[in-house]
Design a protein around this ligand. Structure first.
Ligand code: PLP
Length: 384
């Protein structure tokens, strides 16, 4: 049967009907008062989502463009930066920083393990000459499903005083509490195809006053990604270049949905989706890649040993039209990942787990009592 695709990859994520309908409309001109009014409301709601009074700017890029903008606008060639590397995305930011001639120091952890905040503390405390200009962290490392302890790492960055805290929040924003102003984060970058519940194409960068200070003296080259241009335009409810107008109309709709649900409820929902997914995987006696203490609220990685991850994914897609993600780089073929980010409900998790049970049986895996995955998820959902 066609048209039943259920995306359970960590982006693009499912899109609600209100956003799909917005995408089907005729584009409107971006230099019209109609669009300006829409943009004004979107900008306000983006601040609400980021829990900030600072600027939140919208770029026509994927998430990588947003993070790149968040790095290059505030630094100069040769600046020393600490980068947390415990997965594909952390590694990517080290590559971006190297491409721009920053002096990169990686702080690493095994894929599947969280970054150790102590290692950041040591480097930052030893830097009495304040040469470290930024610390770059991937909050939710999508490649492994690890939620890094940003709050603690950021506390050490604040104690250092000079370094900017730059955050890849692509799969944490809209899933887990990320109070930009309360914590004092300087740059928070994200992308539309994750927690925003719209298709790919927009990047977002929130910028603190301290980061704007650094912007004034930052010397890395920038043009299309020059955030100053976006700041000026946004203040006048317009954009420096032609934006993807339909995506922004769709975003207007999903931000309203998010406001109606409320931040607390959104975070609680994601936590329940995560808890149920993890309980189900344990109920099926399949190994989780990450510990409960550092689990991402957006994505759960499973590392099956006696069944092939890729065969599970193939059956899930073919028989149930449920798209799961595979592993990246050296985890390719070793794990599969279940996305539960954005427009995802408890029903989606129950369907996915029940379908997974069928797939496991077809593959001859007998390590579980039939129904034990669904039962474990049901126990989490019945708990209120
Ligand atoms: C999806 C994602 C990105 C952005 O990837 P794009 O393909 O450029 O949108 C960045 N960081 C994390 C953690 C992600 O999950």
């Amino acid at each position: 049967m066609d048209d039943k695709l259920m995306l359970m990859i960590p982006g693009p994520t499912p899109v609600p009907e209100a956003a799909l309908l917005a995408l089907a409309k005729h584009p409107i001109g971006h230099r019209t008062s109609e669009f300006s009014n829409l943009l004004a409301e979107v900008t306000q709601n983006l601040k609400w989502l980021h829990q900030t009074e600072s600027d939140v700017l919208m770029l026509t890029t994927s998430g990588t463009g947003a993070v790149e903008a968040g790095i290059i606008n505030f630094l100069s060639p040769g600046d020393r930066v600490l980068i947390g590397c415990n997965g594909k995305f952390g590694d990517r930011w080290a590559e971006v920083a190297q491409a721009y001639s920053l002096q990169v120091e990686k702080i690493t952890a095994e894929w599947g393990q969280p970054l150790d905040p102590q290692l950041f503390q040591e480097k930052l405390e030893a830097d009495t000459e304040k040469q470290i200009k930024a610390v770059i962290i991937t909050h939710s490392e999508t490649s492994t499903g690890v939620l890094n302890d940003l709050e603690t790492i950021n506390r050490y960055v604040k104690q250092h005083g000079e370094a900017l805290m730059i955050v890849d929040a692509v799969t944490s924003l809209g899933a887990v509490n990320l109070p930009m102003d309360t914590w004092g984060l300087d740059v928070v970058a994200s992308g539309s195809q994750k927690g925003y519940m719209i298709p790919p194409g927009l990047g977002f960068v929130a910028v603190s006053p301290k980061a704007w200070e650094a912007y004034k003296t930052a010397k890395l080259p920038r043009y299309y990604l020059d955030l100053g241009k976006y700041r000026k335009a946004t203040a006048k409810n317009t954009t420096p270049f032609t934006p993807p107008v339909n995506l922004i109309v769709a975003l207007h709709a999903t931000l309203r949905m998010m406001q109606a649900e409320g931040l607390e409820s959104i975070f609680t929902r994601h936590q329940r989706l995560m808890n149920a997914t993890r309980a189900a995987i344990k109920g099926l006696n399949l190994p989780l890649l990450t510990a409960d203490s550092c689990a991402s609220h957006a994505i759960t990685a499973v590392a099956p040993s006696s069944v092939e991850a890729e065969q599970i994914r193939a059956i899930m897609k073919k028989q149930f039209d449920i798209a799961l993600a595979g592993g990246q780089d050296h985890l390719k073929g070793k794990i599969f990942r279940i996305g539960h980010l954005g427009f995802v409900s408890e029903r989606d998790i129950l369907s996915a787990i029940a379908s997974l049970e069928v797939a496991l049986r077809e593959l001859g895996y007998e390590g579980f009592t039939p129904g034990s995955g669904v039962a474990a998820a049901a126990r989490v959902f019945a708990q209120s």
